[in-house]
Design a protein around this ligand. Structure first.
Ligand code: TYD
Length: 215
């Protein structure tokens, strides 16, 4: 796959990625608190969502009960939410020099829609690079979780699982492999950590990786 150049804006863009139940929200909260206590202005956000239209798209694409959603429609809904998020929230924050900590970004679409739904990694990447005008994170933290472990770590319980979470373990195994492939293709942009480590230990490793992107 081919990748565009980094964004060149004054802020710092960090994405957290991983399968469902990897512990991204816990790490996002710890990371934001640490950055704020270091004096940085931090925007914590998530995908799908992060804008008014994005939150509407989030419930349309994740909640059960909207009838059939085919794979291409699903991919475009995530990409549409992302386009609004980049334009309205992420780029303005990076232009101000803020740190953006985003729970999921393009790699989630490449993994879930590209590999999970079988649309193909390059096709999904291309659609998303168009949607975001080529914006990529400075650092992507991948919390690597085995599907069975992720399932047992989810706090919601089976009845509350969204449309993607409720897919079977082989779907989640394809997603895990796709995330690891992305990390292997761009090792300088990735920090891969086993999600089974303690939250404190993971947090220390994430903080330890920041100097390489924020110098
Ligand atoms: P997330 O917000 O991480 O889930 P939770 O509600 O448990 O915090 O993500 C919601 C779901 O959307 C998750 O199963 C992954 C999926 N997803 C995609 O399939 N493609 C995408 O591009 C994104 C951002 C998320």
């Amino acid at each position: 796959m081919t990748f565009p150049l980094p964004h060149g804006l004054p802020g710092l863009f960090i994405a957290l990625e991983g399968g469902d139940g990897a512990g991204k929200s816990t790490q996002a909260a710890l990371l934001c608190a640490a950055l704020e206590s270091g004096g940085r202005t931090v925007i914590r956000t998530r995908e799908p969502g992060g804008t008014a239209i994005g939150e509407k798209l989030r419930s349309l694409v994740l909640d059960h009960g909207h009838g059939q959603i085919d794979a291409r429609t699903e991919a475009l809904m995530f990409a549409a939410s992302r386009a609004a998020h980049v334009q309205q929230v992420i780029v303005p924050a990076l232009e101000r020099g803020d740190v953006v900590v985003c729970d999921r970004f393009i790699d989630s679409s490449v993994a879930y829609q590209g590999a999970g739904r079988g649309l193909g990694a390059q096709a999904v990447l291309d659609v998303n690079l168009w949607a975001t005008d080529g914006l990529r994170p400075d650092l992507t933290v991948l919390l690597d979780v085995e599907p069975a472990e992720g399932r047992s770590r989810r706090t919601t319980g089976a009845a509350a699982e969204d449309r993607l979470e409720s897919e079977p373990d082989d779907f989640h195994a394809r997603i895990r492999a796709a995330f690891l492939d992305l990390a292997r293709a761009e090792p300088e942009r990735y920090l891969v950590l086993a999600a089974s480590r303690t939250p404190e230990d993971l947090h220390r490793s994430i903080l330890g990786a920041l100097p390489r992107v924020s110098a």
